[in-house]
Design a protein around this ligand. Sequence first.
Ligand code: MG
Ligand code: ZN
Length: 352
Amino acid sequence: MKKLILLMLSFSSAAFAQNKPKNIIFMVGDGMGVSQIYAGLTANKGHLNLEQVKVIGFHRNQASDNYVTDSAAGATAFATGKQTYNGAIGLDSLKQPSVTLLELAEQKGLSTGLVTTCDITDATPSSFIAHQLKRSMHEEIAADFLKTDVDVVIGGGRKFFEKRVDKRNLLDSLRKKNYQVLGDIQSMASVHQGKLVNLYADENPVKMSEGRGDALLKSTQKAIELVGTNKKGFFVLIEGSQIDWGGHANDAPYAIAEMIDFDSSIGWVLDFARKNKETLVVITADHETGGMALMGGNMKTGEVNAAFTTKGHTGQMIPVFAFGPGADDFSGIYHNYDLFTKMRLALRLGQK
Ligand code: MG
Ligand code: ZN
């Protein structure tokens, strides 16, 4: 009897260990509701890489002061586990700084990264690394990048680091902290180790339709290559930022092109996780944008007939897709801030 119990205990702890990932790749399609996903699938003639993911949940995403969240409160909920007010960057509803997943990962010796197709000081990435009252405080947010030992930063917004009201050159400060500082996608190819800040646009990177090409895919691959050498693991945020802007513009082709671009990175990340076996991939959005409805379409021609109900965000539930060890914890309906706890426990990161 005693032997049997011991045997059962060892079985259960082994199963437990196997369900804990060493790494998390957290992917946020800003403004990516179910309609944006299905519009992308239709325009792509019936397929998305995202369809490979079998564990799906939904998150409720109210802000503390509004039924409809913005990207700042949404990302702060993911990053800190706190419901907060629209516009807050890494602060709780009482405007107090709250420790982020990225900071907890750094404290535990994991490598970390932030990859976007917008300003790196925009709401989504900055909620993981900065603590500021308002999302519009780009220069203050940029200065916060020097306070955390993030390993890889790739996105736009170079001007907030080097053309500042306070005349500081934060890129020089980053170089002093041993970062390799770049300003374009191509030159990343020769970087294979060390810390990297690549701010490849002065403001926001251009849209897909204006020639952004495979910048997000190349950024994703480089970030994972650089952080992947850490034996303790890594936490990386990859954002498809401009799906949201297509929604705000009520421009379906814009949202669709950005959706399909984000899905290319999803495909590469899922292939990586399948081979790596120790990586949990969590894919979601902060909110839906545009109140997009699909009035018709054609899977053979890729035609999409979309209508919009608002130039802003909507309050609908948002899907969460999880793949890899620990994925089962992400099914069901829960709050956006529960994603923080789920990811923190998955990586065994310390309590606040
Ligand atoms: Mg965003
Ligand atoms: Zn938005």
